[in-house]
Design a protein around this ligand. Structure first.
Ligand SMILES: Cc1cc2nc3c(=O)[nH]c(=O)nc-3n(C[C@H](O)[C@H](O)[C@H](O)COP(=O)(O)OP(=O)(O)OC[C@H]3O[C@@H](n4cnc5c(N)ncnc54)[C@H](O)[C@@H]3O)c2cc1C
Ligand SMILES: *[C@@H]1O[C@H](CO)[C@@H](O)[C@H](O)[C@H]1NC(C)=O
Ligand SMILES: *[C@@H]1O[C@H](CO)[C@@H](O)[C@H](O)[C@H]1NC(C)=O
Ligand SMILES: *[C@@H]1O[C@H](CO)[C@@H](O)[C@H](O)[C@H]1NC(C)=O
Ligand SMILES: *[C@@H]1O[C@H](CO)[C@@H](O)[C@H](O)[C@H]1NC(C)=O
Ligand SMILES: *[C@@H]1O[C@H](CO)[C@@H](O)[C@H](O)[C@H]1NC(C)=O
Ligand SMILES: *[C@@H]1O[C@H](CO)[C@@H](O)[C@H](O)[C@H]1NC(C)=O
Ligand SMILES: *[C@@H]1O[C@H](CO)[C@@H](O)[C@H](O)[C@H]1NC(C)=O
Ligand SMILES: *[C@@H]1O[C@H](CO)[C@@H](O)[C@H](O)[C@H]1NC(C)=O
Ligand SMILES: *[C@@H]1O[C@H](CO)[C@@H](O)[C@H](O)[C@H]1NC(C)=O
Ligand SMILES: *[C@@H]1O[C@H](CO)[C@@H](O)[C@H](O)[C@H]1NC(C)=O
Ligand SMILES: *[C@@H]1O[C@H](CO)[C@@H](O)[C@H](O)[C@H]1NC(C)=O
Ligand SMILES: *[C@@H]1O[C@H](CO)[C@@H](O)[C@H](O)[C@H]1NC(C)=O
Length: 664
């Protein structure tokens, strides 16, 4: 039964709006230009396609590349059409060896770099979906013939709070520092004089069907091109960019389908099949309409079925339902050999295991995900702020914060999630805003009872807060009111994070040390953004590749160091190194053997394989060799990334995405 429900049956074809190119079809001594009408007979729909998941394929998933299509294209005599062929052998015991290629990926000027006519043929096969990169901020410069001051003003004014605009651009990303800062709005960066593609990919495929993804994967594999996948570009570690790369841009895969009754493996209940490009605000909106709740992150514009769910995915609902990856029932995915397969508990179970937590851009390109839907849920939120001032000293401030920390195990046991920040205002002044304390399933009255002892302690410490409670009868409304759009695209920040284990709360000495490590970083100017969250719900969780450290944690804390963009390189480097080697070392020292969340992590986390994957690493590395023997997929700090290195550094030790990727 399980085997019957496994491979996706082959299908069909290519989009019909084709572009005239400099290629020709040569048959029977006749030469005709390759264009929409001449190439069309080779490529057309044969079969609507099946999934081995319970859910049918989305329409865009029924447009696939098959051996028959490749054979037809080959017969047309187009030059270099074998560049789009599937990997010959999918024999896992005897994978092809990458010896044919050089040490580095293929870059412009290299023998294998596609000729202009091959790019044009690719574009033709894609139905004109190939976009040559023009950086998002290019209208601010004369570099790309699109200077336009009013467009530049819009981009500049919406740079940091406009993730909705950046996510709609084929190549713009959040972690610009690692891109090389080659095209920032001039107002945001000192001494900017021009705009270059830099660490952005050379080309992006604006994906609207699976065949396009397969063509891109095959081309990248056959010519050893650097391949990246961009969904929204939120990644903290610039995993959705790379110089000279071909990018698969999944943003427009927006389909959502609701199943009131769904059965897959041991699960029976409601579910949603969600396209890879769907963002949190879209998913939550749909779930509200269907009267259900879905697990996703807090960030509004994050892509839920891309990097988020593939890297684990923490949620305001994690303390009751676990991680995003725990909700997955099946996935459709294009693997490194170019094939389109289903991954579920019964179909390609090893791939399924690896995709649920092992990180994005590592095992394949996911095109859709079926996730569990939970019942509609009421939520109560609480907001308050602690601040030093005329009536609260720094000592009182820290004592109040510590009183809050003392309750972490209890709050997560009650299913709560608290998202708070701790800030050094300078001059011995501190500020910490709770926003929000999120209590899914609780009435206002229940949350008030839970936090009453904490407010008593605040009172006993002489610390005043003005708590604001709000009860909502739906997750969407609570989430929308509580989490504003967060800043993006800073060129003057470095971040790092730690998953602090529950055991640190079960021993006063350890809790003292933990609290001091947090406090010390803030006292020295660090900005802390933290979550009281647990991901080991009472109902259990599946065996998947989520970092095991998540199952033991009650606090995920992020630290950030910010600097003046006009500071000297040596000052920036000092701040950057302090973050990784001093502040973070204190956090690691108080949590030996714990981990860090790969999606919100230090770009140069030492010992990252242990920190991001823990005891799952060996198995993940083995599966990486099996599913991607040629290293088609690469993500900085992803599984297997230690076998590669970027050829240049920023500030001496930050791998530059604006340089070549080569085998280590
Ligand atoms: C403002 C903000 C808020 C956040 N909030 C949360 C939160 O609440 N909870 C949480 O857990 N995380 C959160 N994150 C972190 C977030 O999960 C990661 O940034 C994640 O990488 C975003 O995934 P994406 O697909 O949207 O982004 P991208 O940067 O486009 O992709 C991230 C990685 O996944 C790969 N990828 C994307 N799509 C696919 C696909 N279809 N198939 C295979 N690989 C793919 C990319 O190649 C890249 O390696 C937040 C980040 C930001 C910036
Ligand atoms: C997937 O299911 C189809 C039938 O629906 C079957 O022909 C195919 O072999 C299955 N794939 C695998 C890998 O088992
Ligand atoms: C193709 O042209 C060549 C030379 O012009 C000729 O010898 C050959 O017979 C032609 N083949 C066909 C199939 O027409
Ligand atoms: C494609 O080329 C053929 C042969 O030259 C021509 O007759 C036809 O009009 C072209 N079609 C398009 C859509 O350009
Ligand atoms: C290949 O081309 C032939 C003739 O042009 C057509 O009959 C056949 O259906 C095509 N096959 C596919 C898979 O496109
Ligand atoms: C795959 O490789 C084998 C052995 O080298 C060869 O005989 C076969 O033609 C190849 N198949 C394709 C589709 O290239
Ligand atoms: C493709 O074909 C052209 C000419 O037919 C050739 O010059 C080029 O090197 C080939 N390879 C690639 C990768 O474009
Ligand atoms: C600049 O772009 C806007 C659209 O954003 C357009 O209306 C305007 O005409 C453009 N200006 C110039 C000088 O091209
Ligand atoms: C975006 O920029 C425009 C002008 O350039 C400004 O009017 C608008 O308020 C900005 N939008 C946001 C959300 O800041
Ligand atoms: C862009 O500016 C940088 C630094 O100012 C310079 O090194 C580079 O040569 C310039 N590039 C172009 C294409 O003008
Ligand atoms: C603190 O006291 C000073 C002087 O009395 C007053 O100006 C200031 O507004 C007070 N600040 C706050 C936060 O109450
Ligand atoms: C946690 O809950 C237990 C049992 O309800 C209670 O005895 C204890 O005081 C609570 N601790 C804190 C810090 O809230
Ligand atoms: C990496 O972490 C593991 C587990 O904490 C530790 O045993 C190992 O020594 C560390 N390796 C390095 C190079 O620090």
């Amino acid at each position: 039964m399980s085997q019957l429900k496994c491979l996706v049956l082959g299908v069909l074809l290519l989009p019909m709006s084709l572009l005239a190119v400099a290629q020709s079809i040569k048959q029977n001594n006749l030469t005709t230009p390759a264009n929409e009408s001449t190439i069309a007979p080779a490529v057309y729909a044969v079969d609507p396609g099946h999934s081995n998941s319970t859910a049918d394929l989305f329409i865009y998933e029924t447009l696939q590349l098959t051996d028959a299509v490749i054979a037809n294209l080959t017969q047309l005599g187009l030059s270099n059409v074998t560049a789009f062929a599937f990997q010959n052998s999918s024999d896992v015991e005897n994978p092809p060896k990458p010896t044919f290629f050089g040490k580095c990926k293929t870059y412009p000027g290299d023998y294998l770099w596609p000729s202009r006519s091959l790019w044009e043929l690719f574009n033709l096969l894609l139905g004109k979906a190939l976009i040559e990169t023009v950086p998002y901020a290019a209208p601010c410069y004369n570099s790309f013939d699109n200077y336009n001051q009013s467009n530049c003003d819009f981009i500049t004014n919406n740079w940091t709070n406009g993730s909705i605009y950046h996510t709609g651009d084929p190549t713009s990303i959040n972690a610009v520092l690692f891109q090389g800062l080659t095209c920032m709005p001039p107002a945001l960066i000192p001494s900017a004089s021009n705009c270059t593609v830099g660490g952005y990919p050379s080309y992006a495929v604006n994906v609207s069907n699976v065949a396009q993804i397969q063509l891109a994967v095959n081309l990248a594999r056959n010519l050893n091109l650097r391949l990246v996948i961009k969904n929204t570009g939120h990644d903290f570690s610039a995993k959705s960019t790379g110089m000279g790369a071909l990018s698969i841009w999944t943003h427009h895969l927006k389909d959502i389908q609701f199943f009131k009754y769904y059965k897959e493996d041991s699960y029976t209940g409601p579910a949603l099949k969600v396209g890879a490009g769907v963002q949190a605000f879209e998913l939550y909106g749909a779930a509200k309409n269907y009267g259900v709740t879905v697990v996703g992150g807090e960030g509004r514009t994050v892509g839920v079925m891309g990097g988020y769910i593939l890297g684990g995915g923490h949620s305001p609902l994690s303390s009751i339902y676990g991680m995003g990856a725990d909700q997955v029932l099946s996935m459709e995915v294009v693997t490194s050999d170019g094939r389109f397969v289903t991954a579920s508990a019964t179909c390609n179970p090893d791939l399924f295991w690896a995709l649920r937590g092992g990180g994005g851009s590592t095992f394949g390109v996911v095109t859709s995900v079926v996730v569990k839907a939970h019942p509609k849920i009421r939520v109560t939120t609480l907001n308050y702020a602690l601040t030093t001032g005329n009536t609260t000293s720094a000592d009182q401030f820290w004592a109040a914060l510590r009183a809050f920390f003392d309750g972490f195990i209890n709050y997560t046991a009650a299913g709560n999630y608290e998202y708070f920040r701790i800030q050094n205002l300078g001059g011995g002044q501190y500020y910490s805003d709770m926003g929000p304390w999120f209590a899914p399933g609780m009435s206002q009255h229940e949350l008030e009872s839970l936090v009453a002892p904490l407010f008593e302690r605040f009172k006993a410490l002489g610390v005043e807060v003005n708590p604001v409670f709000q009860e909502y009868n739906d997750f969407y409304d609570a989430w929308y009111a509580s989490f504003p759009v967060e800043p993006w695209g800073s060129n003057a920040v470095r971040q790092a994070s730690r998953l602090f284990p529950r055991t640190n709360w079960q021993d006063t000495t350890k809790l003292d040390a933990t609290f001091d490590a947090i406090k010390g970083v803030v006292e020295e100017g660090g900005y802390v953004i933290a979550f009281n969250i647990a991901a080991a719900p009472k109902g259990g969780y599946p065996d998947n590749s989520v970092n095991p450290a998540w199952r033991n944690t009650v606090m995920h804390a992020i630290m950030a160091t910010l600097w003046d963009p006009a500071s000297s390189v040596s000052d920036m480097k000092a701040a950057s190194d302090k973050l990784t080697f001093d502040w973070m070392q204190r956090w690691r020292d108080v949590s030996p053997g714990a981990g860090s969340y790969l999606s919100e992590a230090d770009y140069i986390e030492p010992n990252f394989t242990q920190a991001f994957f823990g005891s799952n690493y060996q198995k993940l590395y083995h599966l990486k060799q099996r599913f991607d023997p040629l290293g088609v997929f690469y993500a900085h700090t992803g599984v297997g990334s230690e076998d590669w290195k970027m050829s240049q550094m920023i500030m001496g030790n930050l791998p530059s995405q604006n340089s070549k990727l080569c085998r280590a």
